[in-house]
Design a protein around this ligand. Structure first.
Ligand code: AHM
Ligand code: MG
Length: 325
């Protein structure tokens, strides 16, 4: 049964926003490439154990983390769909050390940075995981090279993520708004289910790895204690899933720097920047604890960052406690 027949499809929405035209020329094709790739990834995620594609590839990635077979498969899928969109000049990916420069793209086009499968530790245990994308417009007339990817998050034109949860939801943020589309697995099309997402003003949840508390510095321990005293804790261990809950229900995610992870745990270019963009467009905020995430001028494709993300007032309050020392 096709349950989404009377809803606006992602394709219809992009056409109505004229995302194939004018200064947005080609953005619709990039977003459709993400949607198409995510349909393939969600099939693999749902059938992983049956198709015998769980477990590791036996390799480690550039961050020295073990590569899961689904990490690699997702990376290959999105590199292919984005490259074939005809609108992507370069791709930066968590699983690939160097940027992928897409041959033949000579037009204006876009640069996409992605975490193709976020929440690797949850892949083998049937817990929600996701994919994250930041989209930057190529500079006019630029011939892309490796440095073309090192742009601050504030220059993103759009960002998206897909959560493979009890349903598959694609959240798209542009400078105009934030919307959610749910995949109708029968028809294979995304349908608009969450028009105009805004983070609720009331914060209900905080999401942090409490096991790290002992290695936090004192001001950060104070900031986390404040959250603990006020809000309920929810922590999946997949950033996309934790963020998605907090975006819809009101909450804050915190992965601060600690004595072991001095630069934080999460990656600036394809985790913090895209979700920071989504959060800000939905009325929220994203900070390292010391500065706005999207103001950081990146030095490296795979650099890490501390991340405090979600409800604006609570991010500001948390940051103020960390800064007060
Ligand atoms: P990944 O991109 O390799 O999956 O790693 C990032 C994940 C995030 O999804 C999540 O927020 C974090 O790592 C969890 O880390 P920890 O297990 O230290 O709590
Ligand atoms: Mg990740």
């Amino acid at each position: 049964m096709v349950v989404a027949a009377n809803r606006t499809s992602l394709q219809e929405y992009l056409a109505s926003e004229r995302m194939g035209q004018g200064h947005n020329s080609g953005l619709g094709a990039v977003i459709m490439a993400i949607a198409e790739g995510s349909c393939q990834v969600q099939q693999q995620v749902r059938q992983a154990a049956l198709a015998d594609i769980l477990g590791t590839t036996g390799e480690t990635n550039v961050q020295n983390e073990i590569v899961q077979r689904l990490d690699k498969a997702s990376s290959d899928i999105f590199v292919e769909t984005l490259s074939q969109s005809g609108q992507v000049a370069a791709i930066g990916c968590e699983e690939i050390e160097m940027p992928v420069i897409v041959q033949g793209n000579t037009g204006d086009g876009y640069i996409v940075l992605m975490d193709p499968l976020d929440g690797s530790s949850n892949i083998d245990v049937a817990v929600s995981i996701g994919s994250i994308f930041g989209i930057w417009p190529k500079k006019p007339g630029e011939t892309v090279n490796d440095d073309s990817l090192l742009r601050p998050g504030s220059e993103q034109v759009a960002a998206a993520y897909v959560v493979y949860g009890s349903s598959t939801v694609l959240v798209l943020a542009t400078k105009n708004n934030v919307l959610g589309f749910t995949l109708d697995t029968e028809s294979g099309a995304y349908a608009l289910t969450h028009p105009e997402i805004k983070i609720p003003e009331t914060c209900l949840y905080y999401s942090t790895n409490e096991g790290n508390n002992k290695v936090l510095d004192e001001p950060t321990q104070k900031a986390i204690a404040l959250l603990r005293n006020k809000y309920s804790q929810r922590y999946v261990g997949s950033l996309v899933a934790d963020f998605h809950r907090n975006l819809l229900k009101g909450g804050i995610f915190a992965y601060p720097a600690d004595q072991i992870r001095k630069d934080g745990r999460l990656r600036l270019m394809y985790e913090a920047n895209p979700l920071g963009f989504v959060a800000e467009q939905a009325g929220g905020a994203a900070s390292t604890g010391y500065e706005r995430i999207m103001d950081i001028v990146p030095q490296q494709l795979h650099q890490r960052t501390p991340l405090i993300l979600g409800n604006k007032d609570v991010v500001e309050e948390t940051v103020a406690v960390i800064r007060a020392g």
